[in-house]
Design a protein around this ligand. Structure first.
Ligand code: DC
Length: 225
């Protein structure tokens, strides 16, 4: 591996996105939001009426997409067909489509090199489901963030309300549990902590608390002083 990689995997709402962003800023590393890649493909499939069960058609869609992936901590623009889709990526229907396209092994394989190509000096922090287990098995530091379903649903609810969406908390919890089951039980690259991952339960922790744990781990791995 050319540059150090820190992976932060975990279920939706565990705080991995926030932790990844803060960790990347702390280390001065690049940031990879791998969920956004699956969301972009899910959104494109919904837009173009591609069947979410049709792995072959989804791979063709992925290959044809301009997925020059600019999703860095400095970027709020993600364009699909000339339209800024950064806002739509967080929608529930897109999250659900992302989880469905992510089930197909062929689709995951098609998106692998795009994710690996994001490793650049001085280093990369990536968050997702299988970064420590499949995409970057040799990562310098692997973290698995978890939290109770109720806490994760509350976080997602607040995030969506703050972004101006009208949502029901009970619907969020139900969607989250459906997605959890799909992500954890799929046959390829299921959501699971790598054997050598440090597991952090963020249910009772603030982002600053989690970052403090991550900071100690980064120091122990020689990633910072
Ligand atoms: O992290 P997120 O909520 O943005 O991810 C959206 C979906 O994408 C998630 O339900 C499962 C899928 N995903 C995946 O299978 N592997 C990843 N590394 C990241 C996301």
């Amino acid at each position: 591996m050319t540059a150090p990689v820190v992976t932060i995997d975990g279920p939706s709402g565990s705080g991995k996105g926030t932790t990844a962003r803060l960790t990347a800023a702390m280390l001065g590393f690049h940031l990879l939001d791998s969920g956004a890649i699956y969301r972009i493909l899910g959104l494109a499939a919904l837009d173009r009426g591609v069947d979410l069960q049709d792995a072959h058609a989804l791979c063709a869609l992925a290959a044809g997409l301009e997925l020059a992936f600019p999703y860095d901590q400095h970027t709020t623009q993600i364009e699909l067909d000339g339209r800024n889709i950064a806002g739509s990526l967080r929608n529930q229907d897109v999250a659900d489509a992302a989880s469905q396209v992510a089930v197909h092994p062929e689709v995951r394989e098609a998106l692998m090199s795009l994710q690996r190509s994001q490793v650049k000096a001085p280093g990369l922090v990536g968050d997702g489901r299988d970064l420590g287990t499949v995409v970057f098995p040799d990562a310098t530091l692997k973290i698995f963030l978890d939290a109770s379903a109720a806490v994760r649903a509350d976080r997602r609810y607040l995030e969506l309300i703050e972004s101006g969406q009208t949502v029901e908390r009970s619907a969020i919890l139900r969607d989250l549990e459906i997605r959890d089951i799909r992500d954890r039980t799929r046959t390829v690259a299921p959501l699971v902590a790598a054997d050598d991952a440090y597991v952090i339960d963020s249910s009772e922790k603030t982002p600053a608390d989690v970052l403090a744990v991550v900071r100690d781990l980064c120091r122990a791995k020689g990633l910072m002083q």
